[in-house]
Design a protein around this ligand. Structure first.
Ligand code: EPU
Length: 421
């Protein structure tokens, strides 16, 4: 197994170029299932989850060619309707083929995703929405079996809870359904907006893009002609490098971003007394004379993202005072706390709230274990300011979502190396 060795306290400076967003690219690759033509997708992040999703497209009978940040997918040959356990168990986002495969073929089986390190993560809302559109769904031998032999029908769907994946599955299903689908309490994340825009550019009529009420006119099973597009920048990768600047208290430019998508992150850094300069497609974090504590509540976009909570917890260990983080989206997303404690952090968890007693220069290098993608990036950040050497084990989590992490960190002056144990 691979691990990362990071020597802390190196000065960092310069510029980090942000890659395409993993969480935008996954549903966008899924939406190619709705098309009859070949589609070329640019700014594709080179991370494990994307390769796993492309493998799933291949298993469904589609073909693709990938080189240098671009993939061309030919979905016209897709002829299978099952996402099998071996793929779903490595990547929950496989559930995103359910809506498009069901809409196109009238039948789909997806291995039921189990719980994961950050919580139970049920998919009941995805299934309820598809049932409202006329699908019959049963769970059989660990598989979701969905059928709609006469095609899906437009429906009014009110989500009891905001769900990113549930909204994406419903949008894709609605694009090929018969008639109009209204989604109320839809997620509004930039990744959802891009999915809607790609479909709208391909002729699907969608009202309310970027709002919590979407109205989608379905094509009644006529396959789409999807135009080529580039994936939006990864706001969570950008936020992670913004935290790298903040935790080391150095100046760093983060380029190829959409600053609008980073508003809640910028605002929390400002509360912590950092100045953040914004350009059209970059942000620059400036060092501060005192890192102030912060109170964070995770919520849906445009609020503070749960995917940035662990990184801010690492940062809060360097603040001068007591910070709090309230995790409202997932019930078990504090697995990084025990690992940060191994590095010497002073953190207490009570229910969904973590209290971080910050003090600069308290972290000391140690062996730690990555538990999920974002928890791992928090350990990397902490290691950048810890005294001495930190070895981060189980880094396959990091490889799922951060493109060339060592390369990007090394380029800005960090001392990071990958080893096999
Ligand atoms: N939920 C339900 N029922 C459902 C669906 C969701 O109860 O049918 C609950 C979840 O258990 C959770 C909440 O609703 O408590 C929100 O879940 P959501 O469906 O929005 O999350 P997701 O689509 O599974 C995506 C990202 C996650 C990110 C969340 C929240 C992708 C591939 N994943 O997950 O990203 O944390 O939205 O913003 O887009 C990551 O990148 O590290 C990551 C975990």
């Amino acid at each position: 197994m691979k691990y990362l060795k990071i020597i802390g306290k190196n000065k960092i400076s310069g510029e980090v170029i942000i890659s395409g967003a993993k969480n935008a690219a996954l549903p966008l690759i899924a939406c190619t299932i709705l098309a009859k033509n070949e589609i070329s997708i640019g700014n594709l992040p080179d991370v494990v989850d994307i390769n796993t999703f492309l493998k799933l497209i291949d298993k469904l009978g589609g073909t693709f060619q990938k080189n240098e940040g671009r993939v061309t997918i030919n979905p016209s040959t897709i002829n299978k309707t099952t996402a099998t356990y071996d793929i779903v168990k490595t990547m929950r986002a496989s559930i995103l083929v359910l809506g498009p495969i069901l809409a196109r073929f009238g039948y789909c089986e997806v291995s039921l995703p189990g719980g994961c390190a950050i919580g139970q993560r049920p998919v009941d809302l995805h299934l309820k929405a598809l049932e409202a559109m006329g699908a019959k769904i049963v769970i059989n031998h660990g598989y979701i079996e969905a059928s709609a032999p006469d095609g899906l029908k437009g429906a009014k769907i009110v989500f009891d809870k905001v769900t990113v994946g549930g909204t994406e599955n419903t949008i894709m299903a609605a694009a090929l359904a018969n008639g109009e689908t209204t989604i109320i309490n839809a997620a509004k994340e930039p990744e959802i907006v891009q999915l809607c825009e790609v479909l709208a550019n391909s002729g699907v009529k969608i009202e309310g893009i970027g709002s919590s009420k979407l109205i989608i006119q379905g094509s009644n099973k006529e396959l789409l002609e999807i135009k080529d597009f580039d994936v939006i920048p990864d706001r969570i990768e950008a936020g992670t490098y913004m935290c790298a600047a903040a935790i080391t208290n150095e100046k760093l430019k983060i380029s190829k971003v959409i600053p609008l998508h980073l508003e809640s992150i910028i605002s929390k850094l400002e509360e912590m007394n950092f100045q953040v300069l914004q350009d059209e497609d970059s942000v620059t974090i400036l060092p501060t004379d005192e890192i102030k504590p912060v109170n964070i509540v995770t919520t849906e976009y445009p609020g503070f993202p749960t995917d940035m909570q662990a990184q801010f917890m690492a940062l809060a260990t360097q603040a001068n005072g007591v910070s709090t983080i309230d995790e409202r989206l997932f019930e078990n997303r504090f697995m990084h706390v025990s690992e940060l404690l191994r590095l010497g952090a002073d953190i207490h968890v009570n229910g969904n709230t973590a209290t971080i007693n910050g003090k600069a220069n308290t972290l000391k290098g140690s062996d730690v274990m990555a538990t999920d993608l974002r928890a791992s990036s928090a350990l990397v950040l902490a290691a950048l300011v810890a005294q001495g050497e930190t070895n981060i084990h189980r880094i396959y989590h990091l490889d799922r979502g951060y493109e060339d992490l060592e390369g990007k960190l090394t380029k800005i002056g960090a001392e990071v190396k990958r080893f096999t144990e």
